[in-house]
Design a protein around this ligand. Structure first.
Ligand code: SAM
Length: 363
């Protein structure tokens, strides 16, 4: 079958064009040599050398027929006879790890489900039953069900905003859903740099595997140093690994560059972790507000500083949250120049997840 040979980053453009022109075959797109894809063409599509191909060439390859559209079509035939609503409709993928919540009544089919998912999703290495989040470290209780290559490890590498990051959902908290918040953090820290007229030191004492950091570290001349940590030693191991890669992409010195495994509330007693940061991130949503008074000493207590955090609060108390933040800031001897509390999403019928941003000023 004829395939149009295009660079992989132009695949979507050419798929769209060929579909619109009625040239696209139902076969699948082929992976050709390094960085190139083959768009499958119908007989009626123009010949090789036609100017409409804008210089792209046509190659002849065996067509790759499309397989089943859904993983349930890969289940053993006897199971396919069960009603469609027997099967889970949602799953989450982090890197090459797939996590699926299974109701008790389909546990007996867990291996068949995992095998069918592996067959359907070529980028998945291991399929795990997701038994929910546990403990203060908010890690998932995962049971590996089937692996493509025998490796049942849940450590995996993901990409976010173009940067690679090691994660392990069974050992450390990570949520891809908060990626827009991390973009927001970048914007807020850039505004702070503008206010201060210099690169800034950021503190992230509940850093997890560190997802807030790659955007900050790779933005030219944004950070002059960092103080990061987590209480979960396994998160700190991954954070260390990630920081090695991200710091290598940072231009210039990073001073301080401190990574600790500790309770954020004890940072206040260490001179190396207090009075240094220009921006403080507080991401322990169930406890951010109650921990906050112990965290403010992390900030450099002169001039304008940024406090950005996330919290779960009663929706009815949203206005009160702002007052609480102002009280805490004033309790630390600073003025609250601005305080914003923004609802991000619902959390339960009465509670919501909010992001807060404050500019504090010390004399
Ligand atoms: C909601 S997660 C946020 C992680 C990370 N900032 C992110 O956005 O993915 C909260 C993190 O705080 C850590 N943690 C819980 N209690 C802590 C404490 N008292 N001091 C420091 N870290 C803590 C947990 O291990 C977890 O990694």
């Amino acid at each position: 079958m004829r395939h149009l040979r295009v660079p992989s980053d132009q695949t979507q453009v050419w798929l769209h064009r060929c579909r619109q022109e009625g040239w696209l075959s139902k076969a699948s797109v082929l992976q050709l040599d390094e960085g190139m894809r083959g768009i499958p063409l119908l007989d009626g599509a123009p010949d090789d050398g036609d100017e409409r191909w804008q210089g792209h060439t046509i190659v002849h390859r065996e067509p790759k027929q499309q397989g089943p559209a859904h993983w349930t079509e890969r289940l053993p035939v006897a199971l396919q006879a069960l009603p469609q609503d027997t099967w889970p409709t949602a799953y989450e993928i982090q890197g090459d790890v797939l996590m699926v919540k299974l109701e008790a009544d389909i546990m007996e089919h867990q291996t068949a489900i995992a095998q069918a998912m592996l067959e359907q999703l070529p980028n998945v290495r291991v399929v795990c039953a997701d038994n929910g989040v546990t403990g203060d470290f908010r890690v998932r209780e995962l049971t590996p069900l089937a692996s493509r290559d025998g490796n049942l490890s849940t450590r995996t590498r993901i990409r976010e905003h173009g940067m690679a990051m090691w994660v392990d959902p069974s050992e450390a908290y990570f949520s891809a859903r908060l990626s827009t918040q991390r973009q927001g953090t970048l914007e807020q820290v850039k505004l702070l740099r503008q206010r201060l007229g210099r690169a800034v030191v950021v503190a992230d004492p509940y850093a997890g595997v560190g997802p807030a950091l790659p955007l900050l570290l790779t933005e030219p001349a944004l950070l002059s140093g960092y103080l990061v940590g987590d209480l979960n030693p396994k998160a700190v191991d991954l954070l260390k690994l990630n920081l090695e890669t991200w710091s290598a992409k940072h231009e210039g010195n990073l001073d301080p560059s401190l990574l600790v495994c500790d309770d954020a509330r004890v940072w206040q007693h260490d001179p190396l972790r207090t009075g240094l940061a220009d921006a403080l991130l507080v991401n322990l949503p169930h406890d951010s507000l109650s921990h906050l008074p112990t965290l403010l000493p992390i900030l450099n207590q002169s001039g304008q500083r940024l406090l950005r955090g996330w919290a779960i609060v009663e929706r009815a108390d949203l206005a009160q949250t702002k007052t609480e933040l102002i009280d805490m800031i004033e309790g630390a001897g600073a003025t609250a120049e601005s305080v914003e509390v923004e609802e991000i999403k619902g959390f339960s019928t009465t509670r919501c997840f909010v992001a807060f941003n404050a500019i504090l000023a010390w004399e």
